[in-house]
Design a protein around this ligand. Sequence first.
Ligand code: ADP
Length: 279
Amino acid sequence: MVAHLGLGALSSCVPCTVLRKPLAMAVLRDDPIQDWILTEGKATEIKRISTVGGGCINLAYRYDTDAGSFFIKTNRSIGPSMFEGEALGLNAMYETNSIRVPRAYKVGALQTRGSYIIMEFVEFGSRPDQSVLGKKLGEMHKAGKSFKGFGFDVNNTIGSTPQINNWKSDWVEFFAEHRLGFQLKLAKEQFGDSTIYEKGERLMKNLGPLFENVAIEPCLLHGDLWSGNVSADKDGEPVILDPACYYGHNEAEFGMSWCAGFGGSFYNSYFESKNMWFR
Ligand code: ADP
């Protein structure tokens, strides 16, 4: 029965489902996602809900409505903080007005347990042109400035692993403590291997000389830029999604890109726009 449809009832898709506003009042109390879509989302009917595959952590859905399509992710065990971090990251990148990212509209708690995020639905095409992607990413790094140093306004997650973003004025300190140090601590807690932890500690203490005479300006990073988070829309425009944003050294972006498939044309156009940025 349409009026009782919730995500739990959904299989792979609900074709031709029509949820109209007057009928939907009972639904509105039960389902914060449909509630938002039928109010602030400005839809008067939800025509179809279908599942979207390809994610690593969450369940994903496409809602087609008379006000366009929305993309929704839900997580049944984690509260809204993970999606709040994702939404702040998406909207920070969006505001740089450079590379295309989906706009995040709403984050909240599910009725029983867990959380959801509602965002702009992007129709994906094929892979982006690497040189355009490099140029656009360079533009985002250039436009995404921080006046608070290195960090982000909230802690967030990379995949589902927590990421600490407390502000620091010094990049080496930030990277040693919040990135290397924190990951090493998690690994030690989980696997009990103190050898790697001790080696990592030595590295953390000796990072300084590697950055001597390097001017590092904090810039907005996607933070998890591997191939699964890079695509192109149907017009071929590069799109990046599912971020773990923070303000950091621009080259830290490429720490996650060992499996992004970036080639020479990507790096040439990225560093071309970066050189223009430092001139
Ligand atoms: P997870 O958080 O589980 O890793 P993703 O953010 O990677 O999930 O999203 C899962 C899949 O949904 C992606 O592989 C992508 O194909 C699709 N997707 C992500 N964001 C959007 C969007 N805004 N519009 C349309 N499809 C999207």
